[in-house]
Design a protein around this ligand. Structure first.
Ligand code: RP5
Length: 152
């Protein structure tokens, strides 16, 4: 994530990874404030054994795109809701990548962070049958948790 202030959103991605028992690490890497850290992190990611990168940032959210510029690993971008523009700035900064450098962009805020965790799980599950089973069970539990009618 681009800042400590993104944690409140990005913790929802981490919750999913924890619930599905997916090995992960969490780092603050800013495209603007720590550009060298970003380049080093993204360039080394594949060789370090990482498989998917979830990058969440807000405002002029260049972190996911610059991450994708440095690696061919799948990069999932989460637009963090900004104060000034409610995350529309984040969304457009992340989603409008030039052809040739993809970022899989999720929804603004908590839903996007949650779905980034689930999308990462789906990618990893392609080559991990145990994880595929855990992911299917997670989805089934979600389905079963939906009430037939609202409590009033
Ligand atoms: C972005 O600027 C971060 O991803 C964060 O969403 C936003 C604001 O950062 P802070 O000023 O709260 O550190 O780089």
């Amino acid at each position: 994530m681009g800042s400590q202030s993104d944690w409140e959103t990005m913790r929802h991605a981490v919750s999913v990874l924890e619930a599905l028992d997916i090995a992960h690490e969490v780092r603050i890497v800013s495209a603007h404030r720590t550009p060298d850290r970003l380049a080093e992190y993204a360039r080394a990611a594949a060789a370090r054994g990482l498989s998917v990168i979830i990058a969440g940032a807000g405002g002029a959210a260049h972190l996911p795109g610059m991450c994708a510029a440095w690696t061919i690993l799948p990069v999932l971008g989460v637009p963090v809701e900004s104060h000034a523009l409610k995350g529309m700035d984040s969304l457009l900064s992340i989603v409008q990548m030039p052809g040739g450098v993809p970022v899989g962009t999720l929804a603004i805020g908590k839903a996007g962070a949650t779905n980034a965790g689930l999308m990462a799980a789906s990618i990893l599950a392609l080559n991990d049958s145990a994880l595929s089973g855990r992911l299917s069970a997670w989805r089934q539990a979600q389905t079963e948790a939906v009430a037939d009618s609202p409590s009033r």
